[in-house]
Every structure is written in C-alpha cells, then in structure tokens.
Design a protein around this ligand. Structure first.
Ligand code: BEZ
Ligand code: FE
Length: 292
C-alpha cells in the first residue's frame, strides 16, 4: 500500500485504489482502478454537491426498484446513455460488408415458434402487409444453408406482445426461420412503426429532464446465426421514419437502413399470399466466420 492510507481530496482515487489487495484478479483490479479514477475525476470536474449526490443515489435506487424479470431498467439506462452500443461496438468489430450488430433491447424472447419459409409472423393482422426476403451468406457471398433467423418486432400500436399479454396473441410478431439450400429466407409481416421505449420509470424521467424523447425509429429485430459463424444481433430500419436520426438508444447505423418498396404487382401479390399492395424489403445478412 502506498502513502499513509488516509483520505485526501487531491489523491482521492489513488488512496482508494491502493486498498485493492495484490491477490485479487488482475482484471478486476484493473477495471476497478479505472472506474474509480474516472468517477472521482467526474465528481471533481462537475463539483457535485451533497444534494446532487443524494439525488443520484435516489435515482439509482429507483432504477433498482423498477427492475424485475421483464423490466430491466439498468439495461435501459445503459441503452439511453449510449453505453450498450459502445460495449457492443467495441466487442463486435467485423470486416467491411459483414452485417453489423446493434442493440438487443429488452424484448427478445428465447424459443419463439419455428416457422416455415413464407409464413406470416403477424397474428393480429394489424398494419400494412410486408414481405421480408433475402439471403444469408458469408463474406465471400457464398450462401449459408440452414442459418437461423430469429425475428421480432412491435405491433402496429407500438407494443411488443410481452408488453400486452392480455391484448395480443401469444408470440405475435415473432418467429424463427431457417434458410433453404440456397441461403434464402422469406416471410410476411407488417411494416414496423416507431414506438416509445418504456418511459414510465426513472429512465423516462431522466430523458424528459434532458429534453429527450423516447421514440425508437421503426425497425425489425433479428438474431441471425449459423454454426461456425459470428452471430449477428441486428435490426432492419425503415428509411422514412421521422425518428431515424434521433434513436434514444443510438442503435441506427447507416448499413442497417433498408429500402421498403411499395409493390402493386398482382403476380407477386399472389405469389406471396397478399390480397392487395404490400411493402417489400429485400435484405441480405452477411455473417463473418467465427473468430478462434
Ligand atoms: C427495442 O428495440 O426493443 C429496445 C431497445 C432498447 C431499449 C428499449 C427497447
Ligand atoms: Fe425494438
């Protein structure tokens, strides 16, 4: 231990860090040293008052109280501070052309029903009919047969099924598809709309205090994977959404903005089981070979 071990404002972080025992995990020691150093520097730079610090502790306490199995307010806090995207980005750097990751969000549910190519994921039939079609390939453009696409989206009223278990059919707007021998997939759904992230807790209060809104730009979620490839946790964004450049969780990347084409072709309507015009989005997922 360096120094006399007594607290000192000028050397506050060093005094705290000097207490870490040599026997602890080097990684834990390194991370805690950095976190302590930056936290102390932030408090000094912002000249935090006693009342402000108590308010911050009250905010974190409320964040904990708001959290349960379904509502992870700390993840939401990490999302709106851009930290989820930062951690994801630093840990999923892929070669140019490979599908980029974005935020997972709190509404993925494991073990959604397996569906056949061409099935609809919309069980409430509300919204504008949409065809999602494309291929899963490797970075050399070779098709990946048997890749899985786990898809989920909010309904036309802006809620996921798990947010409205009494109002929406179970597994509404969710499903798992498998690509065919040529790496192709296709399914029907409804055109996604923008919706607010849950803002009835402390994170919503924080957003309002900062003059920020809660509306996520319209998107479909995907987890795309195949044995031996790096799984892509990603979105497809609707290009003309008014919130595209103001995502409260910073999930939009230029490479994830799709083209939704309004299609009136009668033959295509029949081919995909629509009874009128529909939106068509063609989207290829490109997986990177897993790193050793
Ligand atoms: C979502 O897209 O489902 C989502 C992402 C982050 C926070 C809340 C919702
Ligand atoms: Fe979402």
């Amino acid at each position: 231990m360096t120094g006399d071990g007594l607290f000192d404002i000028a050397r506050s972080a060093e005094v705290v860090n000097a207490r870490i025992d040599d026997s602890v995990s080097p990684r834990l020691a390194d991370v805690m040293r950095v976190v302590t150093r930056h936290a102390h520097a932030a408090i000094k730079e912002a000249a935090i008052t006693q009342d402000e610090w108590m308010a911050a502790i009250g905010f974190l306490t409320q964040t904990g109280h708001m959290s349960n199995d379904w509502r992870q307010e700390f993840v939401l806090l990490s999302d709106v501070l851009g930290i989820s995207m930062l951690v994801d980005g630093l840990n999923h750097q892929r070669p140019a052309g490979a599908t980029e990751n974005t935020v997972l969000g709190p509404f993925h549910v494991a073990n959604a029903p397996r569906r056949q190519l061409g099935d609809s994921i919309s069980a409430d039939n509300k919204g504008e009919p949409t065809l999602v079609i494309g291929r899963v390939t490797d970075t050399a453009g070779r098709p990946i047969a048997g890749a899985t696409l786990d898809v989920w989206q909010a309904n036309d009223d802006g809620f996921y099924d798990v947010q409205q278990p009494d109002a929406q059919p179970k597994w509404n707007l969710r499903g798992v598809f498998e690509t065919d021998a040529e790496g192709r997939y296709w399914f029907t759904s409804v055109k996604p709309r923008f919706y607010p992230i849950p803002d009835d807790g402390p994170v919503g209060t924080l957003l309002r205090a900062l003059g920020r809104h809660p509306f996520r730009p319209a998107h479909l979620h995907f987890i795309v994977g195949a044995p031996g490839y790096d799984e892509a946790v990603t979105h497809i964004f609707v290009p003309d959404c008014p919130y595209l450049h103001q995502d409260p969780v910073f999930g939009v990347k230029p490479s994830l903005i799709a083209d939704f084409q309004h299609t009136v072709d009668k033959a295509e309507q029949g081919q995909y089981g629509f009874s009128g015009p529909f939106w068509k989005v063609e989207w290829n997922f490109i997986l990177d070979g897993a790193r050793p």
